[in-house]
Ligand binder design. Structure first.
Ligand code: THU
Length: 161
């Protein structure tokens, strides 16, 4: 047997000034978008902002429902909206932020497994990496170069033949 190592790197950014003005803006948008979340059941408000290669910015927030599984995470609201409105336009970066009415989220939140699966398919299709900027409502940011880093050995359309 032989181990297969999967390299994974997160860039931890304490000083947001180290990011480009465009990236800083995207984080600001995702943090502001937490105000648009409809999250009466969890009290966990998530915002997402996507930068497309054509310069458009598409935003999303989590939308819950009394029938709990009918709700959708902010990342999927944003990326489905991006694909629905700008089909075929490549996604450069997605910023995700969250806050809670129960505790201070001053640390980066990570996309759930279902969102990783959805994000990785768009990355795979466009043959270009999608950068992630993860943060809480305040505090440090995690920069991850590509979605597939968050979902190694993923199941893709290729497996279906
Ligand atoms: N949520 C997101 O919007 N994105 C994530 O990556 C994690 C979870 C939402 C779903 C639900 O509305 C609430 O946060 C609590 O799970």
């Amino acid at each position: 047997m032989k181990p297969i190592q999967v390299p994974f790197q997160i860039l931890e950014i304490e000083d947001l000034g180290e990011l480009s003005p465009e990236e800083q803006k995207l984080i600001e948008y995702s943090r502001n978008m937490t105000d648009n979340a409809y999250a009466p059941y969890s009290g966990f408000f998530v915002g997402a902002a996507i930068l497309l290669e054509n310069g458009e910015i598409i935003k999303g927030s989590n939308q819950e429902n009394a029938a709990y599984p009918s709700g959708l995470c902010a990342e999927r609201v944003a990326i489905f909206s991006a694909s629905a409105n700008y089909p075929g336009v490549k996604i450069k970066t997605i910023a995700v932020s969250a806050r809670s009415d129960k505790h201070l989220v001053d640390y980066p939140v990570s996309p759930c497994g279902a969102c990783r699966q959805v994000l990785v398919e768009y990355e795979f299709n466009q043959k270009e990496s999608i950068k992630l900027l993860l943060s809480g409502i305040s505090g440090k940011v995690y920069l991850i170069d590509k979605v597939r880093d968050l979902l190694p050995f993923s199941f893709t359309a290729e497996d279906l033949g």
